[in-house]
Design a protein around this ligand. Structure first.
Ligand SMILES: Cc1cc2nc3c(=O)[nH]c(=O)nc-3n(C[C@H](O)[C@H](O)[C@H](O)COP(=O)(O)O)c2cc1C
Length: 333
């Protein structure tokens, strides 16, 4: 399938694997890129820029296809060494960067100078337009369904994507709630040029996370995510567990007086415990509503091939068929 996104990134299928803390390692990114999508390493999972440089080299040894690096700019008590990470990306010869969180404007000149395409992930039309204005090459439009940070507007993709299509000139992909061929066709119908998936890729064989995480996604339904940190205006969609319910109880109890310190035990340092040790009650970790559509743990290639096959069947079979039968039923004049 050819879209403005496959052309921009030099990939075969319009399917991107979004940056994921402690999931976006070389094993997963290379598997996605080898299967014809765009795999993305997550910079901040690497403790230092030197470690990111090593991870980029490891990924390059696993694939000769394009892959990207995610740079997330979120509120932090001690900001990471962003200049160092940007240098590691540029010197590592990576040609695609997914930015997320705060405005990436500061970093665009250096990235563009190095011939890097930047796709900014954002959760509102106004932020997408801002990304276009400052020179991003594409945007990933992340609806309210998404895992991680959906922003504070709560607009689901059935409205957000066509609104983005009305306003944007640069290409965009649909993110949040994407799982299968139905999602891809729907996203294309709403004006997107492809899809970005997070949660669905966690439940794949190659995702380098504890088996219990994959089993948790299989067991979860669309009713099992929660929005945490809303009072701090840093809302995150996570899978519910004992720690998450305790966190929500604190939010209810402390109301607007809550601070990050109050909930640090439930949100700080959680990812290595969950993703590597399989401590499923350790705290809050991102998970999308799409958990309700995940029923298996295929290889990345099997998943991507299935999505493309399903999309073709839907378009050629079901949708074209509807038009054909419509012609057959047209009233005679
Ligand atoms: C476990 C997990 C960790 C994530 N970590 C990050 C991150 O560090 N930076 C980021 O920009 N997005 C992160 N995301 C969000 C994804 O990149 C993607 O935008 C989101 O998962 C899309 O929604 P979906 O899960 O419904 O596909 C994470 C998602 C998951 C599931």
């Amino acid at each position: 399938m050819k879209t403005r996104i496959t052309e921009l990134f030099g990939i075969r299928h319009p399917i991107v694997q979004g940056g994921m803390h402690y999931v976006g390692l070389a094993e997963l990114a290379a598997a996605v890129s080898n299967a014809g999508g765009l795999g993305i390493l997550t910079a901040l999972t690497q403790p230092t820029p030197a470690a990111l440089a090593a991870e980029i080299a490891r990924c390059r040894a696993m694939t000769d296809k394009p892959f990207g690096v995610n740079l997330t700019f979120l509120p932090a008590r001690r900001p990471p060494d962003y200049p160092g990470y940007v240098r590691a990306i540029i010197e590592g010869g990576v040609k695609i960067v997914e930015t997320a969180g705060n405005n990436p404007e500061t970093w665009l000149p250096a990235l563009h100078e190095a011939g890097i395409r930047v796709i900014h992930k954002c959760t509102s039309v106004r932020h997408a337009l801002k990304a276009e204005r400052i020179g991003c090459d594409a945007v990933s439009v992340d609806g309210f369904e998404c895992a991680g940070h959906p922003g504070e507007d709560d607009i689901p993709n059935f409205i957000l994507l066509p609104r983005a299509a009305e306003e944007l000139r640069i290409p965009f992909i649909a993110s949040g709630g994407m799982a299968d061929g139905r999602s891809l066709v729907a996203a294309l119908a709403l004006g997107a040029e492809g899809i970005n998936m997070g949660t669905r890729f966690v439940a794949t064989r190659e995702a380098p996370v504890h088996e219990k995480v994959k089993q948790a996604l299989l067991a979860a339904t669309e009713l099992d995510t929660r929005l945490v940190m809303r009072p701090l205006r840093n809302t995150e969609r996570v899978l519910t567990n004992v720690a998450v319910e305790r966190l929500l109880e604190k939010e209810r109890g402390l109301g607007p007086n809550i601070t990050f310190e109050d909930i640090a035990p439930e949100v700080a340092g959680v990812y290595p415990k969950v993703m590597q040790q399989g401590e499923m009650e350790a705290g809050a970790w991102s998970c999308g509503l799409v958990a309700g559509l995940i029923r298996d743990v295929p290889t990345v290639k099997a998943l991507i091939d299935r999505i493309m096959r399903e999309a073709e069947v839907i378009v050629r079979g079901r949708l074209m068929g509807l038009l054909d039968s419509d012609a057959g039923c047209a009233p005679r004049s």
